[in-house]
Design a protein around this ligand. Structure first.
Ligand SMILES: [Zn+2]
Length: 464
């Protein structure tokens, strides 16, 4: 896989793709995220949600090993904006213990919860997680990393956010810039005038630290307002840095969250080279709630009701789930821990209990899994040839689910000329990869979509 991915390659190829397709965009739209290439997809077929279930996920920001980002971060934020940060941070615990990470991680695993868990590489400039954390023993740091590697990574994507989440680090010296102003803080204005290469260099620095600890990343989380005024560069830099450091096939990032009527469907950006040996895109995963758990500092108690009401009808989650869009909740680790009282965790547990009681068609997914599904959903060529549906996929995708209006047929999956009859299941709720079911307007088919070409052969039932 390519190293040292130069922006020019990615940008040149994607704009080219656009120009080639005669879709010259007006300037205003050029500032927004460029979707890039989109293949032909036969409109008589629909790509449904995975297994025809609504994806759920949980975004955890400001988590890292041992360090309570609120305790160490607030004084650094207050140095820049004293009026905005008056919390008495010295009352907060300096540590969020591994015992709580274990308790939270095990409970989530039992419930099937999945999502993203940040590991801030140089948390509030306390210490480097790939070196040592002053105030903790080397063994404590190693045990903490081990816990993340063994308990968290199976269900959670790991993201940097970014290097320190406070001061901007000079990637040439590894030191914070001397100026404590909004222009040298990750949350605020440093990225305003930065190029894709400069932002990619900064992200890659963060990613390499996590790589040194044996953690894998396929995406990044932006701290505060990082990248807000340079969204095209942010998307391209995410692609460039995640490919460079981890050879991530489908890089993704978390920058946006919407709590209003705007769509929260993932955005597949800068797609290009779909038919070639190096298909590319970057996916923006959008959160659909604010932190209504315990706040970023663990001092602002939220409420279950904002997520889902007691009668299971109201709240933000039913709103998004009923739209059929991925419902991705957002929180901050200090708020889940809530300074040892775990109020954020209690709220989350009740939200999960209500969601599982209210719905039988949900599927918990990591952000990378949602990114892959949406990339496959939007970038797979889908053609209809008589009784065959032909797929040409730049990216493989598990549990890929499509619907067609055919009746009295027995679908077979055809890969490399091997034809495999798919067993029929009773209804959509039984859909698993490699099965199909009848649905009121035809049928639904769920299968592991391979990279490259494959087909579904809709053989007429001999009895019909
Ligand atoms: Zn954050």
């Amino acid at each position: 896989m390519m190293g040292n991915y130069k922006r020019r390659d990615f940008l040149r190829s994607s704009t080219l793709g656009l120009a080639g397709a005669g879709m010259a965009m007006p300037v205003s739209q050029a500032i927004a995220q460029i979707p890039g290439d989109r293949p032909e997809q036969d409109r008589s077929l629909s790509v449904l949600n995975p297994r025809n279930r609504v994806p759920l996920s949980f975004i955890i920001d400001d988590s890292t090993c041992l360090v309570n980002m609120a305790y160490f971060g607030i004084p650094q934020f207050a140095e820049v904006f004293p009026d905005n940060y008056k919390q008495n941070w010295k009352l907060l615990p300096r540590e969020i213990p591994d015992s709580f990470v274990r308790k939270f991680g095990e409970w989530c695993h039992e419930q099937g919860v999945k999502g993203k868990y940040s590991i801030v590489p140089y948390p509030a400039c306390v210490g480097w997680v790939d070196r040592f954390l002053p105030g903790w023993s080397k063994k404590e740091l190693e045990d903490s990393l081990h816990l993340v590697r063994t308990l968290m990574t199976p269900d959670w994507d790991i993201h940097p956010e970014m290097i320190s989440h406070t001061r901007i680090i000079d990637t040439k010296t590894g030191r914070p810039y001397p100026e404590a102003s909004e222009y040298f803080m990750e949350n605020w204005r440093w990225t305003d005038d930065k190029s894709t290469d400069q932002i990619a260099d900064y992200m890659a620095y963060a990613l390499r630290i996590l790589k040194n600890t044996g953690l894998d990343c396929e995406g990044i989380t932006t701290p505060g307002g990082f990248g807000n005024r340079v969204l095209p560069e942010l998307s391209q830099a995410t692609f460039q840095s995640c490919r460079d450091v981890f050879q991530a096939e489908i890089p993704h990032y978390f920058r946006h969250l919407f709590t209003d009527e705007r769509s929260v469907a993932p955005r597949v950006e800068y797609a290009s080279g779909l038919d070639g040996s190096d298909p590319q895109c970057c996916v923006s995963i959008i959160g659909c709630t604010g932190d209504w758990f315990g706040g970023w500092d663990g001092l602002k108690l939220g409420s279950v009701e904002r997520f889902i009401t007691e009668d299971l009808q109201g709240g933000r989650m039913p709103e998004v789930i009923n739209r059929g869009e991925p419902a991705v909740m957002v929180c901050h680790w200090p708020g889940i821990y809530y300074n040892g009282r775990e109020f954020g965790f209690s709220i989350f547990k009740e939200v999960v209990r209500r969601l599982h009681e209210a719905y039988d068609h949900l599927i918990w997914m990591k952000l990378s899994e949602i990114a892959r599904y949406w990339a496959a959903r939007e970038l797979t060529t889908i053609q209809r040839r008589e009784d065959r549906i032909l797929f040409t996929a730049p990216f493989a995708c598990p549990q890929f689910t499509v619907s067609a209006s055919d009746k009295n047929v027995a679908p077979q999956l055809v890969v490399d000329e091997q034809s495999v009859p798919l067993p029929k299941v009773k209804d959509a709720l039984q859909l698993e990869s490699g099965t199909w079911c009848e649905a009121n307007e035809g049928l639904m088919i769920c299968f592991d979509l391979p990279k490259g070409s494959s087909a579904i052969h809709l053989r007429k039932n001999s009895s019909s």
